[in-house]
Ligand binder design. Structure first.
Ligand code: PLP
Ligand code: SF4
Length: 337
């Protein structure tokens, strides 16, 4: 640990906005602070999806380990430009364009509508299916949100609003409090859900101003977090989880099955057990969405089912996530086990 602290710049005390500003923004710089061979960096893969890794997340990586499971999730490596990756041209793997009800508002399933509240994230995950989403086409800010709220208010078949992105917790608390208040004022809406990876990568984002709107929210508030590996849970993250729970939120986790990162029984078992230790219920284990540039993370369905069966054989039922894949045009995530 002391070696890690010696090499990686310490995240400064201060706001989460400072953490965003100081994030590492290239695979070359990331290899530099981790003392990993810079020839493993691939700047050419970063043009359409830059590297972005906050220091709080980088601090959880092991110095000198080019196979570190956290490093592999965020570094741009040569595999992204492999022939197989280049040949794969699907840029909208999950059918988001077809599900758009209005700019920034997606509905694929009954009752639930998903709002792309922002295109920004607090980390760039190389396997992400949204790496090719045309965020710049989403009108930013209040006018688009007002339109979405009007549409939700007029549709009584909806009872849940999911704030997603991007990562909604990269928005200012003032904006989030406004959105939550507006959603809670719609009579037929019964639950609010927030999909976020922020507590994993900048745990300090769970600040007093955020907890204030969480506590005040009139509706049950679900946070669906995104941990992929047990090393992502450190003391600061544990504190963030405890504060969200204390503020009344229900915590779930979704992760993605990733070759070389968490595709072993031990990795899955340790993650699931650590999550339930912190009262976060494993919700989904996703099979990778096949997007260009991410195929090297793919795990076969046979292997995924085998891992899932092992988890079921050894863990309490509530500690085992559902193994799913997202398929365009389906009425729910597709269960694989
Ligand atoms: C995944 C997803 C949801 C949420 O589905 P649940 O099974 O309820 O978690 C909702 N809307 C969209 C567009 C989604 O992709
Ligand atoms: S935080 Fe979520 S939306 Fe953002 S890049 Fe990572 S997986 Fe994708």
């Amino acid at each position: 640990m002391s070696k890690i602290l010696a090499t990686i710049p310490r995240p400064v005390e201060g706001t989460w906005q400072t953490s965003m500003k100081r994030a590492i923004r290239s695979s070359t710089a990331l290899c530099g602070v981790l003392e990993i061979d810079p020839r493993l960096a691939c700047p050419a893969a970063e043009a359409d999806f830059p590297v972005f890794a906050p220091l709080e997340f980088v601090q959880k990586m092991e110095i000198g380990n080019s196979r570190d499971p956290l490093f592999l999730q965020v570094t741009a490596g040569l595999e992204e430009l492999s022939d197989e990756n280049r040949a794969h041209s699907t840029r909208d793997a999950v059918g988001d364009k077809a599900a758009e009800r209005s700019p920034g508002l997606l509905q694929k399933y009954d009752r639930r509508v998903l709002m792309i509240a922002t295109g920004a994230c607090a980390v760039h995950c190389r396997y992400c299916f949204r790496r090719h989403y045309p965020y710049s086409a989403v009108p930013p800010g209040r006018q688009a949100w007002e339109n979405s709220m009007d549409l939700i208010a007029a549709d009584e078949s909806l009872d849940e609003v999911i704030l997603s992105g991007g990562d909604p917790l990269t928005l200012a608390d003032e904006s989030l409090a406004w959105l939550i208040d507006r959603i809670a004022s719609i009579r037929h809406i019964r639950r609010v859900r927030i999909h976020t990876r922020v507590p994993v990568v900048i745990p300090g984002r769970i600040c007093a101003a955020l907890l204030d709107w969480v506590v005040r929210c009139r509706l049950p508030l679900y946070f669906v977090l995104h941990f992929n590996h047990v090393h992502e849970i450190d003391a600061a993250t544990r504190t963030a989880l405890a504060e969200l729970r204390r503020a009344g939120a229900t915590l779930l986790n979704q992760s993605v099955l990733l070759a070389g990162v968490n595709d072993s029984f031990e990795a899955q078992r340790e993650l699931c057990l650590a999550l339930v230790d912190h009262q976060v219920l494993p919700y989904y284990l996703h099979q990778l969405d096949l997007v260009q540039g991410a195929l090297h993370f793919q795990v076969s369905d046979a292997r995924a089912r085998q891992l899932h069966a092992q988890l079921q054989a050894h863990l309490p039922g509530y500690a085992v996530p559902k193994l799913v894949r997202e398929e365009p045009g389906c009425r729910s995530k597709t269960s694989l086990a």
